[in-house]
Design a protein around this ligand. Sequence first.
Ligand code: ADP
Ligand code: ZN
Length: 654
Amino acid sequence: MRSTSLLSTSTLPSLSPDPLDILQQVFGYQDFRGPQRAIIHHVLGGGDAMVLMPTGGGKSWCYQIPAIARHRAGQGTTLVVSPLIALMHDQVGALHEAGVEAAFLNSTLSSEASQDIERRLLQGELVLLYAAPERVSNPRFLALLDSLAQRGLLSLFAIDEAHCVSQWGHDFRPEYRMLSVLQERFPGVPRMALTATADALTRADIVERLHLQQAHPFISSFDRPNIRYAIVDKQDPLKQLIRFIEQEHAGEAGIVYCQSRKRVEEVASALCQAGIDALPYHAGLDTAVRQRHQNRFLREDALVMVATIAFGMGIDKPDVRFVAHLDLPKNIEGYYQETGRAGRDGLPAEAWMAYGLQDVVNQRRMIDEGPAPDAFKQVMRQKLEALLSMAESTDCRRLRLLSYFGEAYAPHADQAAQAASNDTLRLNCQSCDNCLDRPEVWDGTEAARKLLSCVYRIQQQDGLSFGAGHLMDVVRGKVTDKVQQYQHQALSTFGLAADCSEAQLRGVMRQLISLEALSVQSGDFPTLGLGPQSRLVLRGEVPIRLRVGASERPRKPLRSLARTSGMPVDKSRPELALLSEQALSLLASLKQWRAEVASAHNLPPYVIFHDATLAAIAQAAPKTPEALHAISGIGAKKIEAYGGEVLRIVGLFQ
Ligand code: ADP
Ligand code: ZN
């Protein structure tokens, strides 16, 4: 039984346009986070804004709250440009749950449904309208906007996932280019662009393409303190992945990224065989299958999605506990964006990548052989280089990531390590593999010089270049058929690095490719030749430092780390508190109830209530609507719609 009068609405300033009132009443949270308040006030003052905030930072409310405030003040509708249909659907669903009039226009709607939405739009009923970018360049749609603008009912433009406008972003969408029309046609309407990625180049490109030169930039820290980063040597990647999931993330939701469709299928079925619930997702699957898999991922607790990068943009699922890469992404933006899908809820999560020589060779080849103009390729190479240097680094990964985004990271100085080694000051984020377990480093400079001289001798003798495997055999002094065929045992460099293991030499090659001392040459299969920087390394001017057998070292499980290492986890989060047996049973019942409601509304469960909110209810066991309202994440509409049911379930456990 639902009650509509649980909380007297007359006690609330029901239609206040004040942003904090809206946050509290509509969404049920007490305070703004980080720069949200400043952004909202800036936009409400009529200014344009460029909002750079990491995933999970709280971008949505930066435009939704101004939208509500302006609508309450009679200023009409906010148009949100969003690239993904699934995202629009869930966001609009979440707004409805909070009692906000919102709708989307996209290709999934029937023409009657579209017309109905257009009618409500023209009557000024909608607080927010979500639309795909291609719609915005449609003359009919622009005419609708004209009609609103003429009556002062077009209040704000929010361009979500704004990096899609830039060819330097990892998600370039040509339709985003049309969005400059908004400023040209409606110069008086404030605009905000929001994104969770932006290196300096992408950022400048967004400003330029969207004519946001006058926009105030709001740049938050890009650090995701609850994500732990780890990059391991790729040896037997499937086995490594299965071990990683079984030991550290059993029964949890995660995403595994692979480069090709074929690989996605293989990995998904290997995980299933190992007893891990996994589904594939890639652009080669039928739309209906893709949709079904995505829905299951969003709606279930413990599913692993194995996917190409086609999956994930705008995936709002808050409790993704790990993101694993079995292949190297193209650049740091891609890596950051993909790993950023872990731990939106602020609880500990993990970004794990297995990476090897073949990855470097493949990525390099894809750039070199691609159709892009040379200047573009050059930028792509530099971006790959930055990612490789992070993957190879023996110091803090977080520091590397953040400095790529132009951010100076100020972590704790690792005083213990410093005192022990009498080293220079070492920074320690306490939650990346290199900081938690400082890698041993060996000096590979000599090995690198030997390898390069060997490549040089071979090129001199045969005028040919060879693949990594053969080069390794020659420099390690292995007499194989191929060595004999080319008489490479007669080279002065044959067996020069017999003391190095294959794994060591692979590491050396990766670094040499990343430094452009070796270049990848195309043919039937990739071969390695001397690159433009080889002289510097041959002369010993560039030191090559490598980690010792990183993949072989035992890893500390994430959970024990969160407790012992001072990993910066928000301890006030109720999931982390120990719930009593009774509270746990209550939580289970609440989750069961939530699953039923979510399924009846065709929405993901977290749109009804977040895990954190349910856990807080289980812990506080409120008896009155007022006590329920005091819990974070329960706005007035949710009290109205669900308060009675929730209190009834709580009552069963008292
Ligand atoms: P983004 O779009 O930046 O990835 P969202 O807008 O989806 O982030 O917000 C991420 C999560 O943070 C959401 O679950 C939201 O409820 C929560 N959140 C955002 N702002 C606040 C706030 N001021 N107080 C409490 N929770 C917040
Ligand atoms: Zn670190």
